[in-house]
Ligand binder design. Structure first.
Ligand SMILES: [Zn+2]
Length: 285
């Protein structure tokens, strides 16, 4: 893929479609866009999201829609203001549409657990292996989310990397960060902190990594085992979320389940509670 004349072009490995949406404003001011805002469609598939984002009565759009089927569709050229952020604010600026490119990722979003079944807001059931369990950065309780496929995350990373080269991008933010309370996308199933740290630190040439936004911790702790596995779910058989944590590693405790702590270190995941000594801010329950 490459970007020329404010359009993303595909290649033999990846097709990119352009399907113009009428839902956009004029051109960005000089020196902009400097921010990428990531969203999830909270919908059934990319096709339905694209139809909605092209509907002139909806008055909403994004620059790109990344489909779970690997499709990439551009709706608004990168030099024009798309309407994806709505009422939003970040570091003293409001109305982030005027400063940012919007990428919608095809994902059902938050799921409702009913017994051992998981349903989207539009009533579709999702199998357990497509369910991510975690704590949203703006919340403190465990919740359930449609899992992003590794290939979707990699595709978004590649596109962000191209945008960083083509535009003066300094920030990658989630909609949930610029409109907290109103929006929850892309949600905890998307590795936003990891992705932006990788993308922006690589681009910043020693000016230091950006400070990631994390959920408010319940407590802190220190790893007391010589090495501690960190997993995606609170189960000894769950896949590992990252390399094991080393003895002495500091962790922030974001949630608890019997025998398990959901912690944030270099990444977030579940560890066996018996191998973490809690050091501060411990709360009952
Ligand atoms: Zn959004």
């Amino acid at each position: 893929m490459k970007i020329t004349r404010h359009l993303l072009h595909g290649d033999a490995a990846k097709k990119v479609a352009f399907s113009a949406s009428p839902n956009h404003g004029g051109e960005f001011a000089a020196g902009l866009p400097d921010t990428i805002v990531l969203h999830c469609t909270a919908g059934r598939d990319a096709k339905s999201a694209i139809l909605t984002l092209k509907d002139p009565t909806v008055k909403s759009s994004s620059h790109l829609v990344v489909g779970r089927d690997g499709s990439v569709t551009q709706l608004v050229p990168f030099n024009a203001i798309a309407w994806h952020a709505g009422k939003s604010a970040w570091e003293g600026r409001t109305g982030l549409n005027d400063f940012s490119l919007g990428i919608e990722i095809d994902n059902a979003g938050r799921l409702d657990r009913q017994g051992e079944k998981y349903f989207s807001w539009f009533g579709k059931e999702y199998p357990r292996d497509e369910v991510f369990e975690g704590v949203h950065r703006n919340e403190s309780e465990i919740s359930y989310w449609h899992r992003y496929q590794e290939q979707d995350i990699e595709l978004v990373r590649k596109i962000c990397s191209l945008l960083i080269k083509a535009y003066p991008i300094k920030l990658i933010l989630g909609h949930e960060e610029i409109a907290p309370g109103r929006k929850v996308d892309p949600g905890p199933a998307f590795p936003l902190d990891r992705l932006r740290e990788k993308l922006l630190a690589a681009d910043r040439d020693g000016s230091g990594p950006p400070s990631p936004v994390i959920a408010k911790p319940l407590a802190s702790g220190v790893v007391i085992a010589s090495s501690l596995n960190i997993r995606r779910d609170p189960l000894a058989s769950a896949p590992k979320a990252a390399d094991p944590l080393a003895q002495g590693a500091a962790v922030k405790i974001l949630a608890r389940k019997p025998g398990w702590l959901y912690v944030s270190a270099e990444c977030k995941g579940w560890v066996s509670a018996e191998f973490v000594r809690e050091t501060a801010g411990k709360e009952g329950g």
